[in-house]
Design a protein around this ligand. Structure first.
Ligand SMILES: O=C1C[C@@](O)(C(=O)O)C[C@@H](O)[C@@H]1O
Length: 247
């Protein structure tokens, strides 16, 4: 049975609707301010600051604290590395060090599962008071259903608070495998999950709703951070429709 997770005033997981997360991708402060201010009035629960889009890794702490301060909703701080489809070229030590800085400032951080020391990075982030999303991305393909559940199990064992996988989906069968994995996780894992299919064929996974273990979904207000993300308004409309049908 999955446990409920809290990020600031926002609850995710069992009993909660799928939360909507909007990425902030600006690489200048002016661009970030515009993006943050545009979130007002949008149906967004959390903002994801993509720290890897910021050009100077030495400035991550000061920009993170400014982003957290300006946002009226909780911030997920993410350093997405090149290997996982982002821009950060940090090595493992520098990555761990930077995540630690962000964890002291933001209520939630993303930790990539692939690092040999990922369990330690999770532990450090928890000690700094942050909620942790453990993530893995495959920009090429969607693995077999068995491989997806195996990966989710391995990631859940890292003791983060939420597990997120994002795979490039090429077909309806891929999208279906991803949604079924989310459903499977509801009864087999103790942490909430976010299972996403990237690209056009994966759009259904971004709208799947809590009945497919989708604790949160990424949707745009301005720029997108991955293929297939839909506008937040559209996602909120569809997910509310799901909620009505469910009752
Ligand atoms: O991990 C994810 C999910 C994502 O890749 C997506 O497909 O919506 C978008 C990223 O910004 C985020 O960090």
């Amino acid at each position: 049975m999955q446990r409920e997770v809290q990020i600031g005033p926002v609850f995710l997981g069992p009993g909660n609707p799928t939360r909507i997360i909007a990425p902030l991708t600006g690489s200048t402060w002016d661009a970030l301010v515009d993006e943050i201010d545009n979130l007002h009035g949008e149906p967004i629960d959390l903002a994801e600051w993509r720290a890897d889009m910021w050009p100077d890794p030495d400035e991550l702490a000061s920009v993170c604290s400014a982003v957290v301060q300006r946002c009226t909703i909780p911030v997920l701080a993410t350093i997405r590395t090149i290997d996982e489809g982002g821009r950060s070229a940090l090595d493992e030590n520098a990555y761990a060090h930077s995540v630690r800085k962000l964890a002291a400032l933001a209520p939630c951080v993303d930790v990539e599962a692939r690092w040999p020391s990922s369990a330690q990075i999770v532990d450090d982030a928890h000690n700094d008071g942050s909620t942790v999303i453990i993530s893995a991305h495959n920009w090429e393909l969607t693995p077999s259903p068995e491989e997806i559940t195996r990966q989710l199990e391995q990631m859940a064992a890292l003791d983060g608070d939420i597990v997120k996988v994002a795979y490039r989906a090429h077909s309806h069968a891929d999208a279906d495998a991803i949604m079924q994995a989310g459903r499977w996780a509801m009864s087999h894992l103790d942490v909430p999950t976010i299972c996403i299919g990237m690209g056009e064929a994966g759009v259904a996974t971004r709208l799947a709703g809590p009945e497919f273990g989708l604790a949160a979904t990424f949707a745009t207000v301005g720029a997108s951070s991955a293929p297939g993300q839909l506008p937040a308004q559209q996602v909120a409309h569809t997910l509310r429709g799901h909620a009505h049908r469910a009752h």
